[in-house]
Design a protein around this ligand. Structure first.
Ligand code: IMP
Length: 424
């Protein structure tokens, strides 16, 4: 298989975990390259649901290396809990299967605290973050005062970095937000213990990926969140704090751009968004409720109800450009079964092919496509889908201009219909 980047093309929750899990069968390594445990990737294997927040979705394939790249922000407590949960389910990591970049930044207790306190202060202006400390951790990384995973196994370095950082953080927590000061010795003891537990997994992750490439292996890059949550290309300021687009796979892992061969965009057959921010094709009360109920649209990380709406083609055309998409995988098509007619946003009023930099003023132009009544969850090949369903997929492909080579009709691994022989 070539080296493939998988990214979300909307506002996250497109079903990337499932597609990565299916593709990981042909990969030697699966790499997370940005974001942290704000992500929630749901996999259903043999009827059992597994939700991963930090571990790459290849973790259920024993022969596959799972790499947490330098671009990820890691909450060590969450990572350890996730490893232990897998162990308890009899799916423990094989020796050498997990590799953590020494260079990845660590989410500290003050990052989580500040994330929550700031959102509280913003009130109705809040971003609607996951409260996991993602933004404050990336801020410290860019300000060059972050704590990296490698520091957790160096007691003196960790102490010095904490002594430098904590007074300022406590001042912000106590004086600006009226919170409670955090204790340096307690944090130090807690994080050194994490270092001891995670130490055996720390490595030169980029070096490992280079070696896999030299030996002719293939790498799958697993994006988190979605294109319109990207800190540059998304609906700023209602975005996450990392670059979520395909280009970030290189910076966040240490693999060069000429070594990326395919970029697969994951797209839901409709659109959802969690948190605040513009959403041009958001559905009205009744249909929003219907999609949420049938599609089980509640956040895998926070349990928050997702806002639901219709497929937005201009959004996807922009996603195709900024990610350089070579293929699309369409997910949750089964959720649309039973609708009489399905609206699709084909353009924004007054915009031709350029993309408005501010989506709050975008007015969608809709086309209505005929629905289908059949249950499609048992289909095992694309040809078995009802005619109206195939016409819906064909129209989306035509509107976006990128081939839809994968169609998912349910949460299970086997409910994935593939056109041709994807990446043999
Ligand atoms: P943060 O990443 O926690 O800072 O949250 C910033 C914005 O990104 C909020 O609107 C979140 O709801 C959204 N967000 C972050 N991670 C995800 C995800 O994995 N899926 C969907 N939305 C996300």
């Amino acid at each position: 298989m070539p080296n493939v980047v998988v990214v979300g093309t909307q506002w996250g929750d497109e079903g990337k975990g499932k597609v990565v899990d299916v593709l990981s069968r042909k990969a030697d390594a699966v790499v997370r390259f940005q974001g942290g445990n704000n992500a929630g990737h749901t996999l259903v294997v043999n009827g059992e649901t597994v939700i991963l927040h930090l571990l790459p979705s290849g973790v259920l394939r024993e022969e596959c290396k799972c790499v947490v790249g330098n671009g990820v922000v890691v909450d060590p407590k969450v990572l350890i809990e996730e490893m232990e949960e897998l162990e308890a389910r009899g799916k423990a990591l094989r020796d050498g299967q997990l590799v953590l970049s020494r260079l990845a930044d660590v989410i500290m207790p003050y990052h989580r605290e500040l994330d929550i306190l700031r959102e509280r202060r913003l009130g109705s202006q809040k971003i609607g973050t996951t409260g996991r400390g993602i933004g404050p951790t990336y801020e410290d990384k860019v300000a060059r005062r972050g704590i990296r995973l490698g520091d957790l196994v160096e007691p003196e370095v960790l102490r010095a970095k904490l002594e430098a950082a904590l007074p300022d953080k406590n001042r912000m927590i106590v004086e600006w937000h009226g919170g409670e000061a955090l204790d340096l010795e307690a944090i130090l003891a807690e994080y050194l213990a994490y270092g001891e537990r995670l130490g055996p997994y720390l490595a030169d992750a980029a070096g490992l990926l280079h070696r896999i490439q030299r030996e002719g292996g293939s790498i799958l890059f697993e994006g988190a969140q979605g294109t319109f949550l990207d800190v540059d290309h998304g609906t700023y300021p209602y975005v996450t704090s990392s670059n979520t687009v395909a280009g970030a796979a290189c910076a966040g892992s240490g693999v060069g751009p000429t070594d990326i061969h395919e970029v697969v965009g994951i797209v839901k057959a409709y659109t959802t968004r969690v948190g605040s921010g513009p959403f041009p094709s958001e559905a009205d009360g009744e249909m929003d409720e219907h999609l949420r109920k049938v599609g089980h649209e509640f956040g895998a990380t926070t349990g928050r109800p997702r806002r639901c709406g219709w497929f937005d083609a201009p959004l996807l055309r922009q996603a195709a450009r900024v990610n350089g998409l070579t293929r699309l995988a369409l997910t949750k098509l089964d959720v649309l079964s039973g609708l009489d007619r399905i609206p699709v946003c084909v353009a924004y009023e007054g915009y031709d092919d350029e993309f408005p930099h501010d989506l709050t003023t975008a007015v969608p132009v809709y086309e209505e496509l005929p629905g289908w009544t059949e249950d499609i969850t048992q289909a095992t090949a694309l040809e078995q889908l009802p005619e109206a369903c195939l016409a819906y997929v064909a129209r989306l492909q035509e509107l976006v201009g990128v081939p839809i080579d994968v169609v998912s009709v349910g949460p299970g691994r086997d409910q994935t219909l593939v056109r041709g022989d994807l990446f043999t």
